[in-house]
Structures are given as structure tokens and as C-alpha cells.
Design a protein around this ligand. Structure first.
Ligand SMILES: [Zn+2]
Ligand SMILES: [Zn+2]
Length: 332
């Protein structure tokens, strides 16, 4: 606890000027103020990500959960321009035409520079203040009518209609997700879940889905970890949006061998890894698929394909994070 806190907690102020009113009235007012404060915000509550006890002046209330400004300022929220299909940030790619030769070869230098902590901090603060950056006329990604679509989505297509993520799999968000997945910190599902719900709520097509379906974990990995992180997130998102969670997809192939294999091979391994045991339960439904991280999008895509084949009407995807680079497709 406290790992993600950037600032020390500031105790809320109480009326403390006994000279201005008779002592007993001053005390009564202080007590009343405290009682009202405790009722509105019980003392034991804190930021759902770092646990720091705080109040609304230093935190934001998101679906009845408090997240402190320290945590919010450290999360690299996804910023426009993004691919309208998979939600991947396209920052730094819009200048493809004018980029120096060395940055065209592999890793996009301008994108890397965009991801320095200072920039992330500035951007997330803008996000906290609710100021959106306008999508500029993108020259790098493919534009289809007024939609901006990344190269992968444009060339390969997607079975899901739209995917969105809270932030890029980087910095504080990566730390939180790793703690959540690999170090048994199930409690972090609440903080991640409310942020995902907020993101999904911004899209009418997502907040009006009929059911929420978590991406399944392989049974062996489930036995090892004890919980499916996507399922915990799905429950939080479902509770926030008032949408029923339904475990509709199951997994057949272990993902262990997917480490360090080629992109094409990984796609082949994912293909056929999922099935829908009870198609009638998803038939005609608009599905919001939940996972922790999108890397290549292949897992989400394959889950969506299998749901559509089982009769689902539409599939959308919401995740806590998306890998910022097309090149960063490895297992996390
Ligand atoms: Zn916090
Ligand atoms: Zn895309």
C-alpha cells in the first residue's frame, strides 16, 4: 500500500477557532462538521489504488470509488488521436511523412519521446480536468471517411466493432496491472474496474451492451494464479454500468508456448483457443468483452470471432491498458 502515492495525505480541516464563538458551540460545530464529513466520506476509505486516505479535494470519485490525484496524475491515459477501431494511440505517427529516415525504420522515435514521464503527467492532468485534445487531421494512419484507423485494423480487419483502453501499458498503469495479475493484489480490480467503466461509459455503444463477458484464462493458469484477472475486472465494470456479467467463453489451449514466438505463429495459436459452450446464451446479444491488456489485439479478436460465430450481434472490447507500440506485441 502507498506504493503509487505521489503526495502525503492532507487531513481535512475542521473548524478550529474557539475564540470566535463560545467554546461549547465551537466544539459542537466542529463535532457536527466532523460527523457530516465522516458520513459523506468515512475515515477508513482511501484511494482504491494506493490506499492513501484522502478526501474529495485530493481525489476524484469515480463510480463511488475514490482515486487520488497522485495516482490519476501518474496513469498514462490514452490520448487522441487513436485508432477508432482498436483504440491504440496514434500519437507520433501522424508525422510519418516528415519523419527523419532513422525513425521510419523500426521504433518510432517521436512516439518514444512522447512517452516520457513528464509528458504523461501533463497529459493525464489534462484528462483529469476533462480537457480533451482534438484529433488532428492525421496524415500517417489510414483515414476512412471521417474515421482514423491504424494499419493493422485497416489491413487485417477486426471482428470486434470497437475496443477502448484506459491507458497505455506503461509507467504506473503497468505497475498496477502487474501487481494485480502477478502478485495477488485482487483489491486493485476495483480501481482498474471503475476507470474501465468510465471509459466504456463514454461510448454509447458500449454502455448499452446486453452482457459483459470476461476473456477466459486457461484452466492451468487459473489454478496457478487462483483468479482470472479479466473476470474480476468484468465484475467491477458490470457493477458500475449495471450490465450482467456472463462467463460465455472458455479456453482450450495453454498460452505458455506463446512466449517469444513470431507474431504470425502467435495468431495461429490463439485461433481455435476459445469456444462458447452455450451459444444460446449469447445469441442476439450485444457483448462487451473485458480483458486486462490488449497487445496485438489477437486474443480480443479471436474471442470476438467466436462470440459472433455463436450468434452474438456485436462485440465491443474494454481493457485497462493497451500496448502503446505496434512492435510491443510480446506476452506481458
Ligand atoms: Zn492513490
Ligand atoms: Zn487499430
Amino acid at each position: 500500500m502507498g506504493k503509487y502515492a505521489a503526495n502525503k495525505a492532507t487531513e481535512p480541516g475542521l473548524p478550529e477557532d474557539p475564540m470566535s464563538v463560545p467554546a461549547n458551540i465551537g466544539h459542537a460545530l466542529a463535532l457536527l462538521g466532523k460527523k457530516v464529513f465522516d458520513f459523506v466520506f468515512p475515515e477508513e476509505e482511501g484511494c482504491v489504488l494506493c490506499g492513501r486516505v484522502t478526501d474529495l479535494r485530493h481525489a476524484e470519485e469515480i463510480f463511488a470509488a475514490l482515486i487520488c490525484h497522485g495516482c490519476l496524475s501518474r496513469i498514462p491515459f490514452v490520448q487522441a488521436p487513436i485508432c477508432q477501431v482498436c483504440g491504440r494511440p496514434l500519437r507520433g505517427r501522424r508525422g510519418d511523412v516528415g519523419l527523419p529516415e532513422h525513425s521510419k525504420a523500426g521504433v518510432d522515435i517521436s512516439l518514444t519521446q512522447d512517452m516520457t514521464p513528464d509528458t504523461s503527467l501533463r497529459m493525464s492532468q489534462r484528462q483529469v480536468e476533462g480537457v480533451r485534445i482534438d484529433t488532428p487531421g492525421a496524415s500517417g494512419p489510414t483515414e476512412v471517411s471521417d474515421k482514423v484507423v491504424c494499419r493493422d485494423c485497416d489491413i487485417e480487419g477486426r471482428f470486434f466493432l470497437r475496443a477502448r483502453a484506459v491507458g497505455t501499458y506503461d509507467g504506473a498503469l503497468k505497475e498496477i496491472i502487474r501487481e494485480f495479475k502477478f502478485y495477488g493484489r485482487r483489491d486493485l480490480a476495483e480501481g482498474l474496474g471503475v476507470l474501465m467503466a468510465r471509459e466504456a461509459y463514454r461510448e454509447k455503444s458500449m454502455r448499452t451492451c446486453d452482457i459483459i463477458v470476461p476473456v477466459p484464462l486457461h484452466p492451468l493458469r487459473l489454478a496457478e494464479r487462483g483468479y482470472n484477472q479479466a473476470e474480476l475486472l468484468a465484475k467491477e465494470v458490470g457493477a458500475c454500468l449495471g450490465i450482467r456479467v456472463q462467463d460465455s467463453v472458455e479456453r482450450t489451449v495453454g498460452p505458455g508456448e506463446q512466449n517469444k514466438v513470431g507474431r504470425q505463429l502467435r495468431r495461429e495459436l490463439v485461433r481455435g483457443a476459445f469456444y462458447v459452450p452455450y451459444p444460446a446464451k449469447v445469441a442476439g446479444k450485444r457483448v462487451l468483452l473485458v480483458d486486462d491488456v490488449i497487445t496485438t489485439g489477437n486474443t480480443a479478436n479471436e474471442s470476438a470471432r467466436i462470440l459472433l460465430r455463436a450468434g452474438a450481434a456485436e462485440v465491443y472490447v474494454i481493457t485497462a491498458a493497451i500496448s502503446p507500440f505496434e512492435q510491443e506485441w510480446r506476452m506481458h
